[in-house]
Design a protein around this ligand. Structure first.
Ligand code: SF4
Ligand code: SF4
Length: 733
């Protein structure tokens, strides 16, 4: 009678609690639909139209071409023009990173950006057109992304850029974005890679130019007496030679094709012949000018300035139309990405040359390269000769011809080339960047492994074990969770499954080393010991709950435990949530990600509670409940814990010790297990256990474990009895 009354009360109590919890679950779902679904709209960045942005970047443009490839198979680029007085000039180029370097970012989708460069390869702007990075809009204002891309303006395609890190010579550092490291690193690679492709295709840069030649120094004392034939023969003096056919061919297909065209007999005639050399090399300068003229030229040069000599016949390299103060418009020097022309103040005539064997020249000039051009005598350079043909009273068309100059090694100290570091993949860059975290994390994992291997020794020292474990949990929360954002999520499982079912590549997973290593550790520990090790030691939210609850118990906050029958049934909720999320992920990963906010992880660790209030309220409520009921969220709601515990059937080891008396009659461990993972029959449910080792401390404690106590008593009695039976020894001496 009494038993059935008690059972009746219990069953009503159970029903009420189940009904209350069902209601709570429905409320949670309603909260998700009402509050988080509208918030979902925030996660989608509406794509921007690039055209208004291009017009904003190039306010003086008069024409924007269609987006088209400059050559067959080339990249899609907009070319932006402005109408000058005579001709249309190219102001720059614009392109979308998704057309050239589509790299998945944190969300698995690429960040599409509009990048604009000028004809010299200088970045004019980089603007985000579209992204799906949830973390950005959820916690980090969009303006920070724009501030990140604004850093590219003024940099050059040939600059070696790196996001974050310490200052390094030869590398331009760009500020990263805390909390969105992977996103901005992917953006950097997208911008640099696409700009490099375009710049190479358009001939703005070449792969070889990207090696850095440190500044060379001409040997001021090195001199060899020489003649014209020797100096032109060994390349000390170079020649740009054009016959009329070469020039005519260069104008074919232009309006100037037949202007001043040579007849068939004239085709091989000389059009222009220009000898050129670096005059401040003593062997060249002294032999050409004689000692006194050379010394005079050298004394007129300032620090960092260089003198070139040009000697020509045929087509005038100076031109007839140049006026005082103007620029010589027929020649310029190119070195790496720089091109520099000369003004009249940079020029002086050479009255005569004294070297033996030199031909006569119509023009002889010295041109000074000023210091601000940072001319490097150790780097090759080109003399460019512009040939212009008049096509109307004011209109003309020009073409240009180049000849290379390489300073001989014997004339200067040429430091070795600094070769560009081999390009690291994005994943390699991220791992290099997070080297410290990776090393510390491996050390922490080694410590956990060692603790488990030697758990039987550890649990015999309860005070040390508890202190050690609490310290480890603090590290898990502070470093793995808050500092490194190393909180696994059930979304990772879905992403992995989806990747597995499509084109699997490790690249996406390698982008976050901490998450990657933690998943590796979770996988290994699941096979060896089940989900328990991750949940009990490495999960930041689990650790945070445990630490809060330990403190709550320490200050004597009363705890409540649900009756076993209720508790056991409520376990099912987390599996139902997991199933629902899995079904959603089949439909849409981003939808599943939205509903996976049932995990309060993003709010707690990635965004550190700096978020919209419903998310903060939800995470805080779970932590508050945990103060009264240890790891409430883990026990009943966590879909990640549910996913991990599905591996229980493949678990290899069972190192948590039990005695035949566990459960029947002894209930000590079952009562002590603070997440109720021990069945009333004494069996540890490894799907629920968090490997805190508390039951193992009891197992080895002769003062707590009743069977052990009994054994100890028996032993003591046996020793006593044996003492009594002992026959006293008699000294027969
Ligand atoms: S159940 Fe979830 S929150 Fe709890 S420890 Fe495991 S993974 Fe972390
Ligand atoms: S007390 Fe024992 S059964 Fe309970 S969680 Fe800790 S290790 Fe697992």
């Amino acid at each position: 009678m009494l038993v059935s009354k008690i059972f009746g009360v219990l069953s009503r109590f159970t029903k009420n609690i189940v009904a209350t919890l069902k209601l709570a679950l429905i409320q949670v779902l309603v909260l998700f639909v009402c509050v988080i679904m509208p918030a979902q709209a925030l996660f989608v960045s509406p794509p921007k139209d690039p055209m208004p942005l291009i017009k904003e970047i190039f306010p003086e443009q008069t024409r924007i071409s269609d987006k088209q490839a400059s050559k067959e198979g080339g990249s899609l680029v907009w070319t932006i023009y402005s109408q000058g007085a005579k001709n249309e000039e190219i102001l720059g180029y614009a392109f979308e990173t998704n057309d050239l370097a589509k790299i998945p970012a944190y969300s698995g989708e690429p960040v599409n950006m509009l990048v604009a460069i000028d004809p010299e390869g200088t970045y004019l702007a980089a603007k985000v057109l579209e992204h799906h990075e949830p973390i950005i809009l959820a916690g980090i204002p969009e303006s920070k992304l724009h501030a990140f891309t604004d850093q590219y303006s003024g940099l050059n395609v040939s600059d070696r850029l790196k996001v974050g890190g310490n200052q390094t010579e030869g590398i331009v550092h760009i500020d990263g974005l805390s909390g969105a490291t992977v996103t901005v690193m992917v953006m950097n690679v997208g911008i640099v890679k696409s700009a490099t492709i375009v710049a190479r295709e358009l001939g703005i840069t070449s792969a070889s130019q990207e090696a850095i030649q440190p500044m060379g120094t001409i040997y001021p004392e090195f001199f060899e007496k020489s003649d014209w034939t020797t100096l032109t023969g060994d390349g000390s003096i170079r020649k740009l030679y054009l016959n009329r056919k070469t020039v005519d061919d260069a104008f074919v297909g232009t309006e100037a094709e037949h202007v001043e065209e040579a007849s068939a007999e004239q085709k091989q005639d000389m059009f222009a012949e220009v000898y050129f050399a670096q005059l401040n090399i003593p062997t060249i300068g002294r032999n050409l000018l004689g000692d006194s003229e050379y010394d005079y030229v050298m004394s007129s040069l300032k620090q960092g300035e260089h003198a070139l000599i040009l000697m020509g016949s045929g087509y005038s390299f100076k031109g007839s139309g140049y006026v005082r103060g103007a620029i010589f418009d027929r020649i310029q020097i190119q070195q790496n990405n720089d091109a520099f022309a000369f003004r009249d103040l940079d020029h002086s005539r050479v009255p005569d040359i004294y070297i033996d064997g030199a031909p006569d020249f119509k023009e002889r000039s010295i041109f000074i390269i000023r210091e601000h051009h940072a001319f490097n005598p150790a780097s090759d350079w080109q003399l460019e000769l512009l040939v212009r043909r008049q096509t109307g009273p004011l209109a003309s068309i020009f073409t240009s011809f180049k000849a290379q100059y390489h300073t001989l090694d014997k004339y200067l100290d040429r430091p070795a080339l600094i070769m560009p570091e081999p390009e690291l993949t994005l994943a390699q860059q991220v791992w290099q960047e997070k080297e410290a975290e990776v090393i510390i994390l491996f050390i922490l994992l080694a410590i956990v492994m060692m603790s488990l291997f030697f758990q039987d020794i550890l649990v015999r020292h309860p005070t040390f074990m508890h202190n050690f474990r609490h310290l480890f949990l603090i590290i898990t929360v502070v470093f793995i969770g808050w500092s490194w954002g190393g909180q696994l999520s059930v979304v990772n499982v879905f992403t992995f499954l989806q990747a597995f079912m499509s084109d699997f590549s490790w690249d996406l997973f390698l982008l976050d080393p901490v998450i990657f290593i933690l998943w590796g550790a979770a996988a290994v520990s699941m096979i060896l010991w089940g989900r328990a090790v991750y949940c009990g030691w490495l999960c930041p939210f689990g650790a945070l709950q445990e630490l809060m609850n330990i403190f709550a118990r320490y200050i004597k906050i009363p705890q409540f435990e649900l009756p076993w029958a209720v508790h056991e049934r409520l376990w099912a909720i987390k599996y139902l949530i997991l199933l629902a999320l899995f079904a959603l992920s089949m439909e849409s990963l981003s939808l599943a990600e939205t509903f996976a906010e049932v995990e309060p992880f993003k709010t707690t660790f990635l965004l550190k509670f700096d978020r919209e209030w419903p998310f903060v309220l939800y995470a805080s409520a779970l932590l508050l409940i945990n103060i009264f009921n240890r790891k409430f969220f883990c026990r009943y709601l966590c879909p990640l814990g549910a996913a991990l515990s599905t591996s229980n059937s493949i678990r290899l080891f069972s190192w948590l010790r039990r005695r035949p008396e566990c459960g029947q009659p002894c209930k000590t461990c079952a009562k002590e297990c603070e997440i109720q993972a021990i069945d009333p029959n004494g069996v540890i449910n490894m799907r629920e256990c968090h490997y805190c080792l508390d039951c193992q401390v009891t197992y080895f404690n002769e003062e707590k474990c009743p069977p052990l106590k009994k054994l100890a008593r028996k032993k003591a009695r046996f020793v006593e009895e044996n003492k009594e039976r002992e026959i006293p020894a008699i000294n027969v001496g």
